[in-house]
Design a protein around this ligand. Structure first.
Ligand SMILES: Cc1cc2nc3c(=O)[nH]c(=O)nc-3n(C[C@H](O)[C@H](O)[C@H](O)COP(=O)(O)OP(=O)(O)OC[C@H]3O[C@@H](n4cnc5c(N)ncnc54)[C@H](O)[C@@H]3O)c2cc1C
Length: 143
């Protein structure tokens, strides 16, 4: 068996550059990997489509400079920024044993909380500012 090697995944979308002068990043190059699951194929495909459509529009305007591709940056930030702000918060919860035990127990009967967290992590629904640690604690320790 060969040597086991690893390489870091780029999951830092929230502070990664998305555009430069005549440069547009999508997928993992833009830090679009879920830091909780290590998955990035779906983000790569989706952000690639967004980038391609915006680039086509910029090409039609013959505006490939930083200003010309700004709409793409805005669209990628609008689509992913809140999610990638939420992930580190969720990661903090995951390494807190007491909170995690409680959250798992709560999710067994609070199906709305269960579905909300799963769908946010899988990217099926947007995050909500209401999902703060304070509110999660309030729900988890309500019973
Ligand atoms: C071990 C492992 C397991 C994973 N498992 C999963 C999983 O189960 N599910 C999931 O969703 N995600 C998984 N991921 C993450 C997923 O593979 C990446 O997030 C995804 O492939 C990123 O797609 P991308 O198109 O942005 O970049 P990439 O797939 O990395 O594609 C970039 C391409 O650009 C090429 N390239 C680089 N530099 C240049 C250059 N200068 N000129 C020309 N070409 C260049 C590279 O050769 C590469 O082909 C895994 C990652 C790893 C490392």
């Amino acid at each position: 068996m060969g040597e086991v090697v690893g390489y870091r995944l780029r999951a830092e979308f929230k502070q990664a550059p998305v555009i430069g002068d005549r440069i547009l990043f999508a997928g993992e190059a833009a830090g679009l990997v879920n830091p909780l699951t290590g998955e990035g194929i779906d983000y790569a495909l989706e952000s690639g489509r967004i980038a391609a459509e915006d680039l086509a529009a910029a090409l039609r305007r013959d505006a490939l400079d930083r200003e010309g591709i700004l709409p793409c940056k805005h669209e990628l930030r609008a689509r992913y920024q809140n999610l990638f702000l939420f992930f580190p918060r969720m990661r903090t919860w995951c390494v807190n044993g007491v909170l995690m035990d409680r959250l798992v127990a709560t999710a067994a009967w609070r199906h709305d909380l269960n579905a909300a967290l799963v769908n946010i992590v899988l990217g099926n629904r947007p995050t909500t500012p209401a999902l703060t640690l304070r509110n999660v604690l309030r729900v988890a320790f309500a019973r």
